[in-house]
Design a protein around this ligand. Structure first.
Ligand code: ADP
Ligand code: ASP
Ligand code: MG
Length: 403
């Protein structure tokens, strides 16, 4: 039995017309000799009735803080509704489908609600459904704890469900269907002439995903990579070949930069450590930040200053820690971290110089930079981010016209 995992995101299942296109993709999989396992997200995006954010807007912040079990039960409803609606669409096309919650599909998690860890996938039930010639339609983004409560596995987690099932069922491929043609050289909502990346390595796509490109969840990439299952990103609304993710792509990439992604809502924090005692004890600050689960990024430790960025959601907690430790600090809100990604930049001199020259020409202040073998990061004020990304994209010739 050749198993194919086909995951359809929120926009792909949002309307009757789009669900008809979903059925076409499933039919194509069957015609090609595969047994499809379908994974679905909640229908639509914020504002649409069953989207995850809309469901979340039904309850108070107070409830959210105190009742994470209830929040997961509510969030899980969006995907569950989609399984039944898509099964109905399949039935209308004479295909027998079985709608399943994540738990019924065998996804067992711990009980860290809102961001549960996967303990195991019990694939027997799905295999039995496939053997009966039926199509399992699984609710993405959720599992069940060993105590039997519905859990969710982190926002954007339906991609993760697809990758998990791909590995558990040893699928031929995991196809992630969304509203763009595949992984592009930049978010097409920011750069209008972003071009399609036809092949890319797991490592590079992990960087894209981890650094803010929403198109696939980083955990899904990690799981597929470890399980050595081929991943493809495709458009539900077109017949474009999409992006193939494999290890092969490493050798085929000749570009210095393959693409640009960004992460907004960053806050740059500068801690002054002028006195010797502060310098001796500065690590206490990092300990405290870790204890409060505040994750840091772009960390630079100098003798008299420690500079790093945090997510804006952690700012209130940071202020409390600073007050308790009596440290002098300042911060810049509304920053965006731009990531330029490319396996080809390894060992090539002058890439950072070129980036800084482009941004200087555009009169865009660079607040901080960092680099690794495959990524260069620049922190800029969010008001300049779109202009910065477009200039970098143009000057590195990533656009569709330049190829
Ligand atoms: P889905 O609901 O199908 O899971 P998402 O909204 O999670 O869809 O992800 C698709 C979106 O990711 C696209 O609409 C696009 O705006 C965004 N995106 C960000 N960066 C990229 C990129 N480099 N390539 C393609 N899409 C990107
Ligand atoms: N519906 C969930 C979310 O909005 C999961 C997903 O779409 O992948 O985060
Ligand atoms: Mg998504």
């Amino acid at each position: 039995m050749k198993i194919l995992i086909q995951k359809f995101g929120g926009t792909s299942v949002s309307t009757h017309e789009r669900r008809a296109l979903v059925v076409n993709k499933i039919l194509k999989g069957i015609e090609e000799g595969f047994c499809p396992v379908v994974v679905v997200s909640a229908m639509g995006r914020k504002g649409q009735p069953y989207a995850t954010d809309t469901l979340l807007s039904l309850i108070s912040d107070e409830f959210k803080k105190k009742n994470s079990l209830g929040v997961d039960l509510l969030m899980g409803c969006g995907e569950i509704i989609s399984t039944v609606v898509v099964s109905d669409e399949l039935a209308k096309n004479n295909l027998q489908a079985v709608p399943l919650t994540g738990g019924q599909a065998g996804i067992i998690t711990d009980d860290s609600y809102n961001n549960a860890a996967i303990l195991r996938v019990e694939s027997e039930k799905l295999l039995n459904i496939l053997k009966e010639g039926k199509i399992p339609v699984v609710a993405g983004f959720q599992g069940v704890s060993e105590k039997g409560f519905i859990t969710t596995i982190g926002r954007g987690g339906s991609d993760t469900t697809a990758a998990l099932l791909g590995v558990a069922l040893q699928a031929e491929e995991v196809q992630i269907y969304t509203d763009v043609d595949g992984i592009m050289t930049a978010d097409p909502r920011i750069v209008s002439d972003a071009s399609l990346i036809e092949e890319i390595s797991y490592n590079e796509v992990f960087q894209f995903a981890d650094q803010g490109a929403k198109v696939i969840h980083p955990r899904a990439v990690e799981i597929a990579m470890k399980g050595n299952i081929p991943l493809a990103i495709k458009n539900t609304m077109s017949d474009c070949k999409g992006t193939i993710i494999s290890n092969k792509a490493i050798q085929s990439s000749n570009n210095v930069i393959d693409g640009i992604t960004s992460m907004d809502k960053r806050v740059q924090v500068t801690v002054e450590c002028s006195k010797n005692t502060d310098n001796d004890n500065y690590w206490v600050l990092f300990d405290e930040l870790a204890n409060k689960s505040i994750s840091l990024d772009l960390i630079n430790v100098f003798t008299k200053q420690k500079i790093f960025t945090i997510d804006e959601k952690d700012l209130d907690n940071l202020k409390i820690i600073m007050k308790n430790l009596g440290l002098q600090y300042s911060y810049v809100e509304e920053c965006t971290k731009i990531s330029l990604i490319g396996a080809g930049m390894r060992g090539i001199p002058g890439v950072m110089a070129k980036i800084l020259k482009i941004l200087a020409r555009e009169r865009i202040d660079v607040l901080q930079t960092a680099d690794s073998h495959t990524t260069i990061w620049c922190l800029v004020e969010s008001k300049n981010a779109e202009r910065a990304i477009n200039s970098l994209h143009r000057d590195f010739k990533l656009g569709g016209c330049e190829g």
